[in-house]
Design a protein around this ligand. Structure first.
Ligand SMILES: NC(=O)c1ccc[n+]([C@@H]2O[C@H](COP(=O)([O-])OP(=O)(O)OC[C@H]3O[C@@H](n4cnc5c(N)ncnc54)[C@H](OP(=O)(O)O)[C@@H]3O)[C@@H](O)[C@H]2O)c1
Length: 292
């Protein structure tokens, strides 16, 4: 499950399928059949895929270009949970922000799906990661996954906390899947030449930003739209996902799946996401033995 599922069922996502539709944009399982001319996957292979919608089901059809064969033995709960979040976070940090080792990275909504992926990847790429989230339990999770410091932005002023945590120097990169009233203080906290990544607006409001904040310190505001980028740059995306999968299989990344709901409890699982209660990723499973 991903936050776009919540937005899509509310009719608020940029993609609005005609009703009735089945939500779900990311799946993992066994390939039953492949279309004519598909060579990289065969029936019986374990695969993960993204799809426009239709993933909350026991069977789904995905475009061949988005289907990735999985390494042997990868848990399907992790396989169903890494592609969208780690694909987005890695594309954002590596291709858009060109995050370098030793830089300071702020991650907002850091205990959520794309947030925790950015915490783990930022750390793996050698950055000092500052996590921002709404509770102590969420920040503790972020620290377990590589954050060097945390800010509870519901209790502490974000800008003041970032001044304190960077010794007044400011951030090199800010990664923002929340938007709302956190975007502007995050941009104001960027040092000279800092980069702000527009990931999403889970907080509800799309912020309006005074452009002098970019001019004054030569800051860059960088849009990230992973799904559209994968269609334009399929080879580069495949290379990124291969790198992420390699890190997962070798234990250097550990995508955090905090809960697995049976498929028929999809509405309750969506409510966990929209209610800000999810830690890392939530998945739906068709095999009740994998729930928990
Ligand atoms: N640009 C792209 O290519 C791309 C790709 C995937 C996802 N996204 C976007 O990224 C955002 C996050 O997606 P996700 O799957 O990581 O979601 P998620 O797991 O639900 O995480 C979102 C986080 O946002 C924070 N938040 C603040 N206000 C919220 C509110 N009113 N409702 C829900 N959460 C709120 C929560 O953390 P706290 O409680 O700690 O504040 C939560 O952990 C979404 O807007 C999604 O559309 C963008």
């Amino acid at each position: 499950m991903n936050f776009p599922d919540v937005l899509m069922v509310q009719g608020k996502y940029q993609v609005k399928p005609p009703l009735p539709f089945t939500p779900g944009v990311e799946i993992a399982g066994i390939a039953e059949a492949v279309g004519a001319g598909v060579a990289h996957v065969k029936p019986g292979d374990a695969v993960a895929a993204t799809l426009p919608h239709g993933g909350f089901a026991a069977q789904a059809v995905a475009p061949a270009a988005s289907v990735v064969p999985l390494p042997a033995g990868l848990d399907f709960r992790i396989a169903a949970a890494f592609m969208l979040t780690y694909g987005t976070a890695y594309h954002a940090l590596k291709d858009r922000a060109q995050l370098a080792s030793g830089e300071t990275l702020l991650v907002l909504g850091a205990a959520g799906g794309v947030g925790l992926a950015a915490v783990e990847l930022g750390r793996r790429m050698g950055a000092r990661v500052i996590a921002a989230a709404s509770s102590g339990a969420k920040l503790a999770t972020c620290e377990r996954f590589g954050a060097a410091a945390g800010v509870n932005y519901e209790q502490e002023d974000l800008r003041e906390a970032l001044k304190r945590l960077t010794g007044g120097k400011g951030l090199d990169v800010a990664y923002d899947p929340v938007g709302a009233h956190f975007a502007e203080p995050a941009i104001r906290s960027l040092a000279w030449g800092g980069r702000y990544l527009v990931i999403g607006f889970a907080g509800g409001d799309i912020p309006r930003i005074p452009l002098n904040l970019a001019l004054l310190m030569e800051r860059s505001l960088l849009g990230v739209y992973w799904g559209a980028w994968t269609a334009r740059e399929p080879e580069a995306n495949r290379a990124n996902l291969a790198q992420v999968l390699d890190w997962i299989v070798s234990g250097r990344l550990r995508p955090h799946v905090s809960r697995a709901f049976p498929l028929e409890q999809a509405p309750a699982a969506l409510a966990e996401l929209s209610g800000r209660r999810a830690l890392g990723k939530i998945v739906l499973v068709t095999d009740p033995a994998l729930a928990g």
